[in-house]
Structures are given as structure tokens and as C-alpha cells.
Design a protein. Structure first.
Length: 260
């Protein structure tokens, strides 16, 4: 039924990225087997979204008053694929919220930080529409996109712990810290790589690597943004692009690589 109503949304290309499922049918089957205990929380979340999201938007616009979201926004069951994501739907970028995963991994006290992270992605696309970010763009763009969004959500929500800001896995920072020179060195070597496999290594939950924690790019990107905030304010950081952005990230990764 969902696929019939929204054929562009309920596809393997939208839902299977990062889920680890072999195909969409397997993903849905696994979801239906395990979702039962979370259904009351999903229903409660859905009841509050219509009033809470405008509040989050107004709060975000206090820092970024020129933000106007023109992307389509979907609140949907993602069958375990994501809490928030950007996908191309009908040939244009769209902001997707998976209420099932939001209900599973987020609590009321960190929802504001979660929405600030996703709203910043939309704002970043607004002011840099030509930038190739996410999967398919150069790896340093993805590092900046996710790292800066994570940092912005932390700055705007100082009452929320770093662990909550980073999301899954819960021990991401602890696992990455001792490996920072190694991970930064690999990112440095692959800054311009555009392959989905390298994006998966650093930004997806099923990265297939034993030596690098999944989603390590979020924490390294957070550290990169934190360093740049010593020289630039949030608005200046959001507008950073091109060779200036690449060179700034390169220098910071070099410092991280030499930190052992």
C-alpha cells in the first residue's frame, strides 16, 4: 500500500542504503518481526510532531534566520533504514524522517538536537546548491556536511550530551579517539574519492570494516568543525566551500594524523 501511494519513496535506493538488508523485502520482513514493542512510542511521537517540528524550526532560525526550507519533507516509516536522511525523490533532494527509528533511538530531551542536525543539512543545500555532498560527492564534502551538522546541533543544544549528539553507536567517540591518527590519515588519502564504498566506510552503520568503527566520519567531522570554529563563526563555516574548504580540512586532518 505504501509503495503504491509513494512509489518514488518506497524503493530500495531510498530505503536500503545503510540498512544492511540484502533486499527491501528482507528489510521489511525483519522490521515487522521486531517493531512491536516500539509501536506505542512511534504513535506518541507521531501525535506530537505536528506541533513540535514548527517549534524546532523557529528555534533553528534564530541562528540561521535566512533559512527557508524548499525541499519536500517526508515523515514516514523507514523500515529501520534511518532516523533522518537526504535522498533524491523525483529528481530533487528531499528531507526524510523515519519515525520508527526516531522513536527507537531518540528520547524527548535530544529531539531538538536531532532536528537541528537535519534542518542544517537543508540549510547547507540552500546556501550551497551546487556542492556535491553526501554519497557520490568527494569524501571531504561528506566529512564537512555531516561534521558541521553534528557540530551545529551540539552548539545549539548544549544541554544534550555528546553521546546523544553523535547517535549510534553509543560509544562512537570512545572507539574513534584512540584511532584518530589512523582514521584521519585514511580520510586524508581519500579526500577526493567519490565511491559509495568509501562513503559507507566512514558514514554508514554497516561499513564492513573491523578496524574502523561505523560512522567514524561523524566524529572526525565534528572535530574538524570544532577546530574551524576557533577561526570562523557558524555562518562563515556554513558558507565555506571550494578550495578554501578543501585546504582547511586537509590541514586539520594532517594535524590529526600527526597527533600520535
Amino acid at each position: 500500500m505504501l509503495k503504491k501511494r509513494h512509489p518514488d519513496v518506497y524503493t530500495e535506493g531510498v530505503l536500503s542504503i545503510g540498512s544492511g538488508a540484502s533486499d527491501l523485502n528482507a528489510q521489511v520482513t525483519q522490521f515487522l518481526r521486531t517493531i512491536g514493542p516500539t509501536i506505542p512510542k512511534i504513535e506518541a511521537l507521531s501525535r506530537h510532531l505536528s506541533t513540535d517540528v514548527p517549534t524546532y524550526l523557529r528555534s533553528f532560525q534564530k541562528t540561521f534566520p535566512d533559512f527557508h526550507c524548499h525541499d519536500p519533507v517526508y515523515f514516514m516509516v523507514s523500515f529501520g533504514a534511518f532516523d533522518g536522511a537526504t535522498r533524491f525523490i523525483g529528481g530533487r533532494p528531499a528531507l526524510l524522517f523515519g519515525v520508527d527509528v526516531i522513536a527507537e533511538v531518540h528520547d524527548a530531551d535530544d529531539l531538538g538536537a536531532f532536528f537541528d542536525h537535519e534542518l542544517f543539512h537543508a540549510y547547507h543545500r540552500q546556501i550551497m546548491p551546487e556542492a556535491r555532498m553526501g554519497m557520490g560527492g568527494p569524501l571531504f564534502h561528506a566529512l564537512w556536511e555531516e561534521g558541521l551538522a553534528t557540530y551545529v546541533s551540539q552548539v545549539l543544544n548544549t544541554q544534550v550530551s555528546e553521546r546523544q549528539i553523535l547517535g549510534r553507536p553509543k560509544d562512537l567517540a570512545q572507539r574513534v579517539k584512540p584511532l584518530l591518527p589512523k582514521i584521519a590519515g585514511e580520510l586524508l588519502q581519500k579526500m577526493d574519492d567519490t565511491s559509495p564504498a568509501e562513503y559507507r566506510t566512514f558514514f554508514l552503520g554497516n561499513n564492513g570494516r573491523e578496524d574502523i568503527p561505523p560512522r567514524s566520519g561523524y566524529y572526525v567531522g565534528l572535530l574538524v568543525a570544532r577546530e574551524l570554529n576557533k577561526m570562523l563563526n557558524l555562518q562563515e563555516m556554513a558558507a565555506l566551500q571550494g578550495e578554501q574548504l578543501r585546504d582547511s580540512i586537509r590541514k586539520i586532518l594532517q594535524d590529526f594524523t600527526a597527533s600520535n
